[in-house]
Design a protein around this ligand. Structure first.
Ligand code: UGA
Length: 441
């Protein structure tokens, strides 16, 4: 059992802290937000994430995890401090490391024992060398401190499961002491551990995320070609997936990838390469394809309709994917403003993301149009002239093809997630446009 402190209680930090407590370590999570800390002590998760609240309550009651704003008490005697604070994208595509720097300085000024600092946040290759030097420069007490890289591979919506059943743990260290300690911390997870040097670990995170982004953009590119040559991307993907070298996952064409990771990490790696005078052409292409993909359906609809002005437009799904209330880089954020500018009266449905969306687009008149939030997909469809599907929530997939025909004034559907069979929509007399599949009228 190790005494572990975790800096930052976002997706990465909080989930890691709770899972470390679950496997037997003594954990203190640090956050600057007092209200958030008080909520977490009550077992209330500040993020929408399956299973997290239950594990928080269980481990808090068992005295295995605590939450505090007092970083001094948490860091002072910790064996290891995991950093999981944000590294948001700056306007030039580079990562903002100011939160990491703040935590590094606090660590340097407070630790009283030998301590391994483990960076879980996604940081540009070479950052952890600098973090280690930075901590050593500001170190107050005469203790041993080293920095290790331990990137995170959890996906939102399945974060706890992804952590407890990860495909692999990546540890990047520069000494036997650091490597052995991280191995021991992770031993109870009973998962494959890949031990590499610090820079390779940092690179693995970007290379893995960017590869997945590339895979999606590649499928979207092929999907767009399928439309012009009369092929069906879902059949094409199925045919490809039997080849184990390609695999069956992340082959779903759609309205582009969003979230807090792929968009940020593709731009950060491209920026890093550019700083080194290297042009990362594949990733540049993935970024370009994704940008265009997000408004693909809107452009398709513009070719079909004279105007959106005064039309009732149903929008089903606002979050960047199901299972989360996160809107970051969601296709809805690209398309809703375009529709409002064109004078559309939007009726929006999302099972968990509507409140966050309301903060950006309050209900009522907006631009030349308006937006109304509804509690059921059917309410959005009632009397609608056109429907856009942006997220494949179960509640949206459960809407029967016939419902579009029954509820809408004109059953015209633009589906960015290919959730329906073409034949079913055809049979239900729905004019159905999707991604990379033939259009049957
Ligand atoms: C992603 C990675 O999957 C995680 O492994 C990684 O740890 C995480 O980023 C991170 O760096 O923190 P996440 O952004 O939560 O996780 O979500 P994904 O499930 O990967 O989906 C990302 C986007 O790709 C979504 O917009 C989704 O709709 C889209 N996508 C995914 C597709 O368009 N097609 C697919 O086949 C798969």
């Amino acid at each position: 059992m190790y005494i572990i402190a975790v800096a930052g209680t976002g997706y990465v930090g909080l989930v890691a802290g709770v899972c470390f407590a679950e496997i037997g370590h003594q954990v203190t999570c640090v956050d600057i937000d007092e209200n958030k800390v008080n909520l977490m002590k009550k077992g209330i998760s500040p993020i929408y994430e399956a299973d997290l609240g239950d594990l928080m309550q269980k481990n808090y009651a068992a005295g295995k995890i605590d939450y505090t704003t007092d970083y001094r008490s948490a860091y002072k005697n910790a064996d290891a401090i995991f950093i999981g604070v944000g590294t948001p994208e700056q306007s030039d595509g580079s990562a903002d490391l100011s939160y990491i720097a703040t935590v590094a300085r606090q660590i340097a000024e407070t630790i009283e024992n030998d301590c391994l600092v483990v960076v879980k946040s996604t940081v540009p290759v070479g950052t952890n060398d600098k973090v280690e030097q930075f901590i050593k420069d500001f170190l107050v007490n005469d203790v041993k401190v080293e920095v290790a890289s331990n990137p995170e591979f959890l996906a939102q919506g399945s974060a706890v499961h992804d952590t407890l059943h990860a495909a692999r743990i990546i540890i990047g260290t520069e000494s036997k002491w650091a490597e052995e300690m991280l191995m021991k911390i992770y031993q109870p997870f009973n998962l494959p551990i890949v031990s590499v040097n610090r820079r390779s670990a940092e690179m693995i995170k970007y290379a893995a995320n960017d590869f997945l982004a590339l895979k999606i953009s590649y499928m979207n590119d092929i999907a767009n070609l399928c439309e012009s040559v009369g092929a069906d991307i879902q059949d094409v993907a199925r045919g490809m997936s039997f080849d184990e070298r390609i695999g069956s996952k992340f082959l779903n064409a759609g309205i582009g990838y969003g979230g807090s990771c792929f968009p940020k990490d593709t731009k950060a790696l491209e920026y890093l390469a550019r700083q080194d005078g290297y042009e990362l052409r594949t990733i540049k292409a993935a970024i370009g394809v994704n940008k265009d993909q997000k408004t693909m359906l809107y452009k398709k609809a513009c070719r079909r309709l004279i105007t959106f002005n005064g039309l009732k437009v149903a929008v089903l799904g606002l979050t960047f994917k199901p299972g989360t209330d996160d809107l970051r880089e969601a296709p809805s954020l690209e398309n809703v403003p375009l529709l409002l500018e064109q004078g559309a009266d939007i009726y929006a449905y999302d099972p968990v993301g509507a409140d966050n969306f309301k903060n950006k687009y309050p209900a009522g008149k907006n631009s030349r149009g308006s937006i109304t939030y509804v509690d059921k997909p059917e309410q959005a469809l009632e009397g609608a002239n056109v429907c856009f599907i942006f997220t494949e929530w179960g509640e949206i997939k459960a809407v029967e093809p016939g419902t579009y025909k029954e509820q809408m004034r004109t059953p015209l559907v633009y589906d960015g997630r290919n959730i329906y069979e073409l034949a079913d929509m055809n049979e239900a007399w729905v004019e159905y446009y999707s991604i990379g599949r033939p259009f049957i009228k």
